[in-house]
Ligand binder design. Sequence first.
Ligand code: CTP
Ligand code: MG
Length: 189
Amino acid sequence: MTSDIIEIVLMGIWLTIPAYVANPSAVLFGGGTPMDFGKSLKSGERILGDGKTWRGFFGGTGSGIIIGLIQIASSSPIDEDHFGFGKFPDFIVIIVILAFGALIGDVLGSFVKRRLGIKRGKKAPILDQYDFLMGAWLLILIFKTQWFLDHFIIWPATLALITVIILTPFLHRGVNVLGYKMGKKDVPW
Ligand code: CTP
Ligand code: MG
C-alpha cells in the first residue's frame, strides 16, 4: 500500500517534468522580439510585456519536448508504458501538450499581471508560481482527459496532484535563485 502511494507520487512528479523544464528554459532562450510586438492595450499597459518573447516561448516549449523524449528513451527498455506517459503515439501528444501548455500558461499569467497593472518582473504570488502548471494541466485535461484523470485526479492519483501542487513553489523558487545567481534573471523570484 505504502509502496503503491510512493509510486503514484513519484510518477506524478515524473509526468510533470516536461512542464517543469519548459518553463524555466524560456529564461535561457529568451530575448529578441516580444510576443506582443511591443503593443499596448487601451489602458496603456502592454499586452504581455518584454518578459515574453518568441524565442523564450519556442525555446522553452522545445526544451520541454526534448526532455520528455529523453524520459521516454530512458524508460523504454524498462516499461512499455514509459512510467505513465503511455505508448506511441500517445506519449508524443502528452509531452507536446505539457511543454506547450506550460508556456501558454506562462503567457496567460503575464497577460493577467498586466491587466492587474503589475509591471513586468514584479511579483504576483500564486500566479508566478502556478501559471505554467495550470496551463499544462488545463490543456492536458482538455485534450487527454482520461490520461489526466487516471494519473492526477481519480483516487489515489489525487495524491500525485497534491504533491505536485505542494512541490511546485519550492522548485520555482530554487530554479529562480539559480537563474539569478547565473545572471540570467534580474530578480531571484
Ligand atoms: N522569457 C522569455 N519569453 C517567455 C518567457 C520568459 O523571453 N515566453 C524570459 C524573459 O527574459 C523573462 C524571463 O524569461 O524576463 C523570466 O520569465 P518570467 O519570470 O516569466 O517573466 P518576467 O520578466 O517576470 O515577466 P512577467 O512579469 O510578465 O512575469
Ligand atoms: Mg517573473
